[in-house]
Design a protein around this ligand. Structure first.
Ligand code: 13P
Length: 352
């Protein structure tokens, strides 16, 4: 793929009114989510669940792309087409998680580094053959103020790996989603999250420049700047929106076409509200959108609950969530819509 082809895919991923569904949970993670609801985690159950989401009528109005896991990109939809073919037939871009997970960072107690660079060139070539148009790599940065984490070492190692992955993707014809996730699990305040996120993102863009990654052909997937979950004082939604925007303005070059946030354990309503508040303050130099996993899926998963009898109801719930998130994408969300029956066409109509 040429530079202009990569840039066109990146633009399509963050097209007006649209965002990305992250459905690329690893085998271990999806099993944990299923087990919490007493759903058996078989390959067929995972296929049925994910095709329930992807098969929801009309989601292409707000979903530009779906991030798949290695197992899913090789599976088939109910109509016999491969999952990438099924998505492409709806005008949705298939993406693929290519990292192999975060592992303990040697000699850096409590910190992690993401693996998966060995053999990545060959795996990318295979995923392109299978129909993938973009990829994802998630780096994990832990805040632990008592132990002085994150270390500069962890920030540098993870940024370097993200850039090496990004360069391999662009060489092989995939748009890389660059995801430096600062976890929100600690007891730190929002200002600490701001400082760490700013440093992590600045380091990522420095490494991307070193490794010649073209900014027009990538998407940034950051955390929002929030209070740690265990912090006694939780910042308001307005403060989250303001500090997240400030952090982005101080670290992300305007040549990047789009920023697609992860939800990171925020409830669906808060992830939607925060995105909406940021978009209400637009326009910004980049598209500001979502690449949510849990915030888009949680209620649909609870509703589906492993039973084919619940597919229609789960799709209804998923439609509602997608429509609300789509509204936040264009700054036209209102928390009162949560209890309404906003449908997908309504979400799209509000952008006009
Ligand atoms: P969450 O939105 O659940 O954080 O997942 C997004 C994701 O892709 C994490 O890598």
């Amino acid at each position: 793929m040429s530079s202009s082809d990569l840039a066109a895919v990146a633009k399509a991923m963050v097209a007006d009114g649209k965002g990305i569904l992250a459905a690329d949970e690893s085998g271990a993670t999806i099993t944990k989510r299923f087990s919490a609801l007493d759903i058996e985690s078989t390959e067929e159950n995972r296929r049925q669940y994910r095709t329930t989401l992807m098969g929801t009528p009309g989601i292409e109005e707000v979903i530009s792309g779906v991030i798949l896991y290695d197992e899913t990109i090789r599976q088939k939809a109910d109509d016999g087409t491969t999952i990438p073919e099924f998505l492409a037939s709806k005008g949705i871009l298939p993406g693929i998680k290519v990292d192999t997970g975060s592992k303990p960072l040697a000699l850096c107690d409590g910190e992690q580094v993401t693996e998966g660079l060995d053999g990545l060139r060959e795996r990318i070539a295979e995923y392109v053959d299978l129909g993938a148009k973009f990829a994802k790599w998630r780096a994990v940065i832990v805040i632990d103020t008592k132990n002085g984490l994150p270390s500069d070492t962890a920030i540098r190692c993870n940024a370097h790996a993200l850039a090496r992955y990004g360069a391999l993707c662009q060489e092989g014809g995939l748009v890389p989603i660059i995801e430096p996730e600062v976890l929100m699990d600690g007891d730190n305040d929002i200002d600490t999250c701001y400082e760490v996120t700013l440093e992590a993102q600045r380091r990522v863009f420095w490494e991307l420049a070193q490794l010649r990654v073209e900014l027009e052909g990538m998407i940034l997937k950051p955390n929002m700047v929030v209070s740690g979950k265990k912090c006694a004082t939780q910042a308001s939604a307005e403060e989250v929106a303001e500090k997240t925007l400030r952090c982005l303005y101080h670290s992300v070059p305007p040549a990047v076409p789009g920023i697609a946030f992860l939800s990171g354990g925020q409830g669906a309503d808060m992830a939607t509200l925060h995105l909406d508040l940021m978009n209400k303050q637009g326009p910004h130099p980049w598209q500001l959108t979502f690449s949510y996993g849990r915030a888009l899926q949680d209620e649909a998963l609870r509703t589906w609950h492993g039973s084919p009898d619940n597919v229609a109801e789960a799709q209804k719930v998923f439609t509602h969530r997608a429509a609300l998130t789509g509204a936040a994408r264009s700054g036209s969300y209102d928390p009162t819509l949560e209890s309404g029956d906003l449908a997908l066409t309504a979400a799209t109509a509000t952008q006009d």
